[in-house]
Design a protein around this ligand. Structure first.
Ligand SMILES: NC(=O)c1ccc[n+]([C@@H]2O[C@H](COP(=O)([O-])OP(=O)(O)OC[C@H]3O[C@@H](n4cnc5c(N)ncnc54)[C@H](O)[C@@H]3O)[C@@H](O)[C@H]2O)c1
Length: 391
């Protein structure tokens, strides 16, 4: 049975919003009907490209009857108020990571969504990548035996891309723990079955000019004894895409030897207004970007089971077992792999009544892990978790 496309509104036409607009435009199950964005240029570009309503405020977007679901890609600190507002107007919600900055905010979102009877899906994270989903399927099927451990590692230029002031202030949700590590947490929890027991971590703040967390090393233990290590470095020195065929996070071929380029660009005098630079470089309309040639990924993640190991490859999944190495090809989805799966899950909920796995409670458990990693580093001890749930 075919369904009418879901009327989708976009809140925030910045970097994340621009990517989702491209994914949604190519997805047959959704229709882009409106957006909200305070900056004029991305708002005008959206209105022009889609002949759709483009509002300056999210309040107006939430009042638009053509909007059935809203993808919220506003800065972290607005996730809770914007999700609560959207739920109160009866809109289904796709909320960017992190769900919110505190567990109390997560609870308030969950309560608002339940009161309104709408669906909430927290994504995108790279746990929606086809390769990560395939690894989850293989672990759950038992095909390679019991899961033993997961090693996730990513080195990027994160800290030196142009940043809004709050993105460099941990107390306001800045740094990698609220922005980058949520990808690793969601990936590891999905593949490992969700229920973590405890975490131990250390973080780094290596540049006084960017005074927030730029590095993490962490040990996560699941309730069943399986374990994961997370390593993240965002200092623009080493680039771990070198270990992934020189393919970028979104799946594009990447020029080599750009080490330090983000730092050098930021040192230029015209880079003083980073918030402005962000809009000029990344917001909707600034960069059309073609469809990715390869699968998306988030660094290197190796999953070890009793009878084999797996990692994402350029165009699929590499499986290593006693018979050697084999490739499982993963089709490039109709729109954009990773984002397309987010939209698929939301459509399955709204049109098919199948609640998403990455719902409010799942995402609250992710936020708990981010907060516990920070606390573990501060107190230099293992932190036990209380809000985890299995698949
Ligand atoms: N999943 C991913 O791969 C991914 C990638 C990038 C960002 N994100 C997430 O998306 C969110 C936004 O990050 P970003 O990098 O796109 O930031 P950004 O600064 O590039 O974009 C945020 C946009 O929101 C707009 N905005 C601010 N207040 C608004 C309001 N009240 N109503 C409507 N729009 C408003 C800003 O003007 C800006 O254009 C963050 O929470 C981040 O974690 C996720």
């Amino acid at each position: 049975m075919t369904h009418a496309p879901v009327g989708l509104g976009i809140a925030g036409l910045g970097m994340a919003g621009a990517v989702m607009v491209r994914a949604a435009a190519a997805h047959p199950g959704v229709k882009l009907v409106a957006a909200a964005e305070p900056h004029d240029a991305p708002r005008a570009a959206f209105a022009r490209d889609f002949n759709a309503a483009a509002y300056a405020s999210i309040e107006e977007l939430c009042a638009d009857p053509a909007v059935e679901a809203i993808y919220i890609a506003t800065p972290h600190q607005f996730h809770a108020p914007h999700a609560i507002l959207a739920a109160g107007r009866g809109k289904h919600i796709i909320l960017e990571k992190p769900m919110a900055l505190t567990l109390a905010e997560c609870d308030a979102i969950i309560a608002a969504v339940e009161r309104a009877g709408v669906y909430l899906l927290v994504g995108h994270t790279h746990a929606f990548d086809p390769a990560v989903r395939a690894m989850r399927r293989i672990v759950a099927s038992g095909e390679l035996g019991a899961l033993g451990m997961i090693a996730a590692l990513n080195y990027t230029n994160y800290l030196y891309r142009p940043r809004r002031p709050e993105e460099l202030d941990t107390a306001r949700g800045g740094g990698i723990l609220f922005n980058q590590v949520p990808h690793q947490i969601d990936m590891v929890r999905l593949v490992g079955g969700g229920g973590l027991r405890s975490v131990r971590a250390q973080v780094t703040q290596l540049d006084p000019a960017r005074p927030t967390e730029g590095g993490l090393v962490a040990f996560l233990e699941f309730a069943d004894g399986a374990a994961a290590s997370l390593v993240y470095g965002g200092y623009d020195f080493f680039d771990s895409d070198e270990l992934h065929f020189w393919i970028s996070e979104r799946g594009a071929d990447k020029p080599r030897d750009r080490h330090g380029a983000a730092r050098r660009a930021l040192a230029a005098p015209q880079a003083a207004d980073e918030t402005r630079l962000r809009i000029d470089q990344y917001a909707y309309g600034a960069d059309a970007g073609g469809p990715p040639a390869h699968q998306p990924h988030f660094g290197l993640m190796i999953v070890s089971c009793a009878r084999g190991e797996m990692r994402a490859s350029a165009d699929g999944l590499s499986v290593y077992d006693q018979n050697g190495h084999r490739e499982i090809a993963l089709p490039n989805s109709a729109s954009m792999p990773g984002r397309s799966e987010v939209l698929d899950d939301m459509i399955a909920a709204i049109r098919g009544g199948r609640p998403p796995l990455q719902n409010g409670r799942w995402a609250k458990a992710n936020v708990e892990v981010s907060l516990a990693l920070l606390r573990s580093a501060r107190e230099r001890r293992e932190i036990m978790l209380e809000h985890q749930l299995g698949i």
